[in-house]
Design a protein around this ligand. Sequence first.
Ligand SMILES: NC(=O)c1ccc[n+]([C@@H]2O[C@H](COP(=O)([O-])OP(=O)(O)OC[C@H]3O[C@@H](n4cnc5c(N)ncnc54)[C@H](O)[C@@H]3O)[C@@H](O)[C@H]2O)c1
Ligand SMILES: O=P(O)(O)OC[C@@H](O)[C@@H](O)[C@H](O)[C@H](O)CO
Length: 381
Amino acid sequence: MKAVHFGAGNIGRGFVGLLLHEGGYELVFSDVATALVDAINAADEYTVHEAGPGGRDRVVTGFRAIDSSADPDAVAAEVATADVVTTAVGPAVLRFIAPHIVAGLALRDPDAAPLQVMACENAIGATDTLREHMQVSAGTGWDALVARAVFANTAVDRIVPGQPEAGGIDVTVEPFFEWAIERHPFGAHPPRIPGAHFVDDLAPYIERKLFTVNTGHATAAYLGARAGHERLSDALADEAVAAGVAAALEETSALLAAKHGFAPEDLAGYRATILGRFRNPVLPDTVRRVGRQPLRKLSRHERFVGPAAEAAERGLPVDALLAAIGAALAFDDPEDEQSAELRRLLAELDAATFTARVTGLEPSHPLFPRLTHTVESAQSG
Ligand SMILES: NC(=O)c1ccc[n+]([C@@H]2O[C@H](COP(=O)([O-])OP(=O)(O)OC[C@H]3O[C@@H](n4cnc5c(N)ncnc54)[C@H](O)[C@@H]3O)[C@@H](O)[C@H]2O)c1
Ligand SMILES: O=P(O)(O)OC[C@@H](O)[C@@H](O)[C@H](O)[C@H](O)CO
């Protein structure tokens, strides 16, 4: 069995690659970072260090890597004979991966079992998005190729911080992980991924994850950055930050209970587990990594505006989410392109134009005036 994984970064090596290896797949990483590709090819094994209670070291073997910008034909050839393709590249990069998978499908034996495609990004329907990019890339050839693959959306959860260069290709991660995958696309032949669980309806899982883990994480990062903290665990140790995170998650939990029928006590337990994960003092995570790409995080269906808009539609409270958005608007990391763009847009646009452009919220939406007010406050303060 063979898996091609696009994106050999933190979650690629520290989670997706690890579980595919443990499932028995030969692993082919594809990345565009030449030095990383070279380092992977120079190694016979790497270690995933699980930092925190219950964690242990896990060794990954049986892998190689291809630089997809230098050798796209090699990537296509690997995809053609793979059983599984996964991605962890960031939602905006999926459009660049799509042509490689299409090229692989074009080379694939039409009688082979369908390629199992799963995008493992922090985004709702990321595999659907990848499939749409593939359809565009294939053009009129799509009808002939689409039967050679099946597509499943997934929700992946494991905190994998940025890694120090001195660590080579080893990865330090938290011990916790969860990987939920849509069941129906695979019929009787799901991929073999130990610890993953297959579900009939992914929507409650991905929304619970994105609107709890990622809403809480980003709230901690933005409130923490504004309070001068660098480490995520230090931000959580700040009572004011922790209170802001707890309040934002009370609001998203109320939405998740109303929308998906989760029991409030189960959501309270889920929140407590997650806050414990954020507080992990031996996980070297930073507010810069967690706050990265704030424009993506402020977009319409993402971790803040997504739940706040739906909560507002239902008449549920959104004050703490708006406070978190206010902190996001203050995020200033000159090395993060989106942070710099955010600062430029805040300086140049009026509040209503900024709100519409950055959040994608319709001006007629009940949240729009409150969001605009939050933007005005950020601009004046
Ligand atoms: N790190 C986490 O805790 C975590 C957890 C769950 C999900 N995720 C999601 O996984 C994705 C990746 O996150 P990460 O933290 O691993 O980021 P990362 O920056 O560590 O890794 C991304 C990798 O993708 C590579 N890449 C960029 N463009 C590429 C291309 N065109 N083709 C192939 N590879 C390309 C980069 O070189 C990099 O190695 C994101 O969507 C993120 O939200 C991350
Ligand atoms: O990867 P992002 O930028 O969408 O979000 C940053 C973190 O919140 C995220 O990577 C978490 O560590 C991860 O989603 C935990 O499962």
